[in-house]
Structures are given as C-alpha cells and as structure tokens.
Design a binder for this molecule. Structure first.
Ligand code: ZN
Ligand code: ZN
Length: 82
C-alpha cells in the first residue's frame, strides 16, 4: 500500500493525500510537481526512476488506511533548477 507521504523531499512543501501535485517514484520517494518537473527533470534523484502523479486515495478509504505522517526531506537538498 502506498504510504502517501506528507511532503516533498526536496522543498518540504505539504502534499496532503488529496493533492494532485504529488509525484512519486516506484519506491514512493515523494516530490511536489514543481520540483519533479522542474529541478528533477521528471526523474527521482534517489533512484533515477521515473516520477508519476500519485493517485489520490478516496476519502472514505483514508479513514481506514490513513496517509503517512512521517516527513522525509533530503538532507543534502536537491539539484537546483536548470
Ligand atoms: Zn518540492
Ligand atoms: Zn526514487
């Protein structure tokens, strides 16, 4: 099951589970759309995999399967936008 992480690993922007701006890789590294499509060029900086839009979990399922609250931010930051 997707963890639905609460923030962008690069800029720490909030990405609530209903956000259409959340982008993830196959390992669930999570980024906001502006980082994913800008600085990251559509690829995860951790695993080099592709970043795709994170599906939104229906609200009634969130009650039973809540989103992760564990914030992850890359300590060394992300590459600056080209
Ligand atoms: Zn970001
Ligand atoms: Zn990744």
């Amino acid at each position: 099951m997707l963890a639905l992480r609460p923030n962008c690993e690069c800029c720490d922007a909030d990405l609530p589970p209903e956000s259409a701006e959340a982008m993830i890789c196959s390992f669930e590294c999570t980024f906001c759309r502006s980082c994913a499509e800008g600085a990251l060029g559509g690829h995860c900086p951790n695993c080099a995999g592709e970043l795709v839009r994170r599906p939104v979990r229906p609200a009634e399922k969130l009650a039973k399967y809540p989103a992760s609250r564990e914030r992850k931010v890359k300590a060394e930051g992300c590459p600056a936008a080209a």
